[in-house]
Design a protein around this ligand. Structure first.
Ligand code: G3I
Length: 392
């Protein structure tokens, strides 16, 4: 199969490693200038976010006014141990997605041994607070127990896959808004001409594992929206262009085969220091919409590890990225909602995965560590306020 074209017109994949290396150079400039600088070192003025008239509105309220949803990921331990955070979460989020509690390593740690306790606790919290509940994720190459797909025949691997999905989705049937059925199946760096990631499932079952997973989920809960979720295709970079090409090819093929696929999830883990824009994203989103798919922003946050230390400068730059990204994405009428990956800076995966070299707490999310609104909240409100109301 010939290598896929990409919308950048180039074919040299920009690997994540050298992309981050380039980011390092830019970050050094930012640390000195205190402003975002383009590759040429010319400071880019970042205008402070306009405070909307409804600046005190809960984020879910502004989303609902346009028939969209706003939600966030969180964990049982955050909500159970921190009543102030739980109250802020209940105020702003109209949807809850478990950050880790519905992943394979928690749900089925041993073959046939299911642990729905943590997921049930979160589903009950969502129900008690009138929130939608979202499942993340059924099939992923991370946080999957080491026994899965190993030393088994193809038939046994398929049985593992379909049984996990059937048991998990059936357990929550009727309570779930949407499921990330397959997560991050595209990885151009693995060198395949179809850009699929080399995973235990691809090796055991071939590319058909993806359709198999979606069909198993649909059989267990016909009411749930079934989502393909992925990352790294938001920006105008070479790597993102290859990922867009791979995702479009995959979703086109799934729809052509009648796979019960309803939406694309854009993770949108964005970077505060990149100057790459989002100019190629609208065309791609329209291609996705033309397949009859909805689109959700599913894991939005803005990494600030290489931004200046000053919190006001950082918060302004982070909010500017939220605003620029959402202004682009919400213009696509197929986009039905925005979910951030965490809600308060007190609880973010980036503290562990992308800490700042100066040791200061990271600030990637809408609320600060004391659950107060940051300019990023205004940016999200501005974007919802400006968006066209979705049809009923
Ligand atoms: O549960 C164990 C605990 O028993 C142990 O004591 C502790 C220390 O080793 O680790 C705990 O597991 C951690 C798990 O989060 C639950 O807290 C893992 O080490 C840690 O790696 C894991 O990180 C999660 C990460 O996915 C794994 O790749 C993050 O919390 C989670 O936010 C992140 O989320 C992913 C999405 O699912 C998919 N998209 C990308 C996103 C960010 O990587």
């Amino acid at each position: 199969m010939p290598p896929l074209p990409n919308d950048a017109g180039t074919s040299t994949p920009l690997t994540r490693r050298n992309f981050l290396a380039r980011l390092g150079v830019l970050s050094a400039a930012v640390a000195g200038a205190g402003l975002l600088t383009a590759c040429g070192g010319v400071p880019l003025a970042v205008t402070p976010i306009t405070r909307p008239e409804n600046s005190d509105s809960p984020l879910t309220e502004a989303a609902s006014a346009k028939a969209m949803l706003f939600g966030a990921a969180t964990g049982q331990w955050c909500l159970q141990s921190d009543p102030q955070f739980a109250a802020a979460f209940a105020q702003h989020a109209g949807l809850l997605v478990p950050e880790n509690e519905l992943k394979w390593d928690t749900v089925e740690p041993q073959p046939g041994v299911f642990n729905f306790g943590p997921g049930d606790w979160l589903a009950d919290f969502a129900a008690r607070n009138g929130m939608l509940f979202r499942g993340h994720t059924l099939v992923w190459h991370n946080q999957t127990p080491s026994w899965v797909g190993v030393n088994v025949t193809s038939a046994q691997a398929e049985q593992q896959l379909t049984n996990h999905i059937a048991q998990t989705v059936a357990h929550y049937a009727g309570r779930v808004h949407s499921w990330d059925v397959v997560n991050e199946a595209i990885n151009p760096g693995d060198g395949r001409s179809d850009y699929l990631r080399n995973t235990v499932w691809l090796n055991a079952l071939g590319p058909g594992y993806i359709e198999t997973a979606f069909r198993a989920a649909a059989a267990a809960d016909p009411a749930a929206l079934l989502v393909y979720n992925d990352y790294g295709f938001e920006y105008d970079t070479d790597d993102a262009a290859l990922r867009r090409a791979g995702i479009l090819r995959l979703l086109t093929s799934l729809k052509a085969s009648g796979t019960p696929l309803h939406a694309l999830g854009i993770q949108a883990h964005l970077e505060g220091t990149t100057t790459a824009g989002f100019t190629r994203l609208p065309g791609f989103l329209q291609q996705i919409a033309d397949l009859g798919l909805k689109i959700f922003v599913t894991e939005l946050d803005v990494c600030d590890r290489s931004l200046p230390a000053d919190t006001q400068t950082r918060d302004t730059i982070v909010a500017d990225v939220y605003q620029r990204f959402l202004d682009v994405v919400l213009q696509q009428i197929a986009v039905a909602g925005v979910i951030t990956w965490g809600l308060s800076d007190r609880y973010t995966w980036l503290s562990q995965f992308a800490p700042r070299s100066d040791g200061r707490p990271v600030r990637p999310l809408p609320l600060d560590g004391n659950y107060q609104a940051k300019p990023a909240v205004w940016a999200i409100l501005n974007a919802f306020n400006a968006a066209v109301r979705r049809g009923a």
